[in-house]
Design a protein around this ligand. Structure first.
Ligand code: PDD
Length: 287
């Protein structure tokens, strides 16, 4: 079947999509992106993605785009690719556009490049059930990690390092503090309290994390938004990573040291159940 993608206003066959080599996304990683979940053919937490996309565009001063267009583009892509009733992922990337290579923004404004695609993908159920091993890596990123830019080299290298040692995720450490995963947020449980890094320039403000915090607070569970220190990890009862693609994934070990019993714990399971209920409520399907 022909894969239909969105490029600069048109829905076209993927093999017909062409982007200029002068695109600033290609030359400078001068662009932002979003990854949206589709459950049962329905867009999940789309308003949050629109809001974050707007903030990312603002952060890079990319204008001339209505972030709300993400909703229509995503919905139409699901339709065009006959993914109604399916689980899928949507990727959308917006760059500053095409211009002769010079570092400063183009002196005559250019239109941003907008590309989006969707592909069928179920949640990684096995890992969500059993948990993953993780490793720690130094966080060498800049201090505007709240902007979801396509400059992901530190994340790519960290994740590759994890792959090479059979770990499911790499966790960044900055000044002895765990910031987040290479493509996920991180939380640990101490004395029944969920501890996770506060939003700000050192992490991406994850939409999954936001839902988890809201659920914990609504159900009376204590949440502390402060960084987990590397030295505290031996006392953690449970740990987890959270993202659009991984949902809530238990972390069973960090750098070879078991977390808690070394198996997914009750708090993680409770949060997973709440997340599954949220999916059911919004999209009519649970994991
Ligand atoms: N990444 N932190 C980083 C560095 C991320 O790349 C992501 C998600 C998250 C979690 O955010 P959210 O819950 O909104 O998905 C945190 C996406 C899935 C990716 O790059 O594929």
């Amino acid at each position: 079947m022909n894969e239909i993608v969105f490029l600069n206003g048109s829905y076209i066959k993927k093999e017909e999509a062409a982007i200029s080599p002068d695109d600033r996304g290609f030359l400078f990683a001068d662009g932002v992106y979003e990854v949206v979940r589709v459950y049962n053919g329905n867009l999940f937490q789309i308003e949050d993605h629109v809001e974050r996309l707007a903030a990312s565009l603002e952060g890079l001063k990319i204008g001339g785009i209505d972030p709300n267009s993400l909703v229509n583009i995503s919905g139409r892509l699901v339709f065009e690719n006959r993914l109604q009733g399916k689980d899928a992922l949507i990727y959308i990337q917006i760059t500053r556009g095409v211009a002769p290579r010079t570092h400063a923004f183009p002196s005559t404004p250019v239109s941003p490049t907008i590309y989006a695609k969707v592909w069928p993908q179920d949640p990684p159920r096995e890992q969500i059930k059993k948990g993953i091993k993780t490793i720690l890596v130094p966080d060498a990123r800049w201090d505007r990690c709240n902007i979801k830019t396509v400059f992901l080299l530190p994340n790519v290298l960290a994740r590759q390092k994890a792959e090479e040692v059979g770990a499911g995720e790499a966790l960044f450490v900055r000044d002895g503090m765990i910031t987040e995963g290479s493509a996920s947020n991180f939380a640990a449980v101490f004395g029944g309290t969920l501890v996770t890094h506060p939003d700000g320039g050192h992490i991406l403000s994850g939409i999954t994390k936001k839902a988890v915090i809201a659920h914990c607070r609504e159900t009376g569970m204590d949440v502390e938004e402060r960084p987990v220190m590397k030295g505290e990890l031996t006392y953690a009862e449970e740990a987890m990573v959270m993202s659009t693609t991984r949902e809530i994934m238990p972390v069973t070990s960090i750098d070879g040291e078991s977390i808690g019993t070394g198996a997914p714990g009750p708090v993680t399971r409770r949060i997973q159940k709440a997340f599954s209920d949220l999916i059911q409520k919004e999209c009519g399907q649970s994991i």
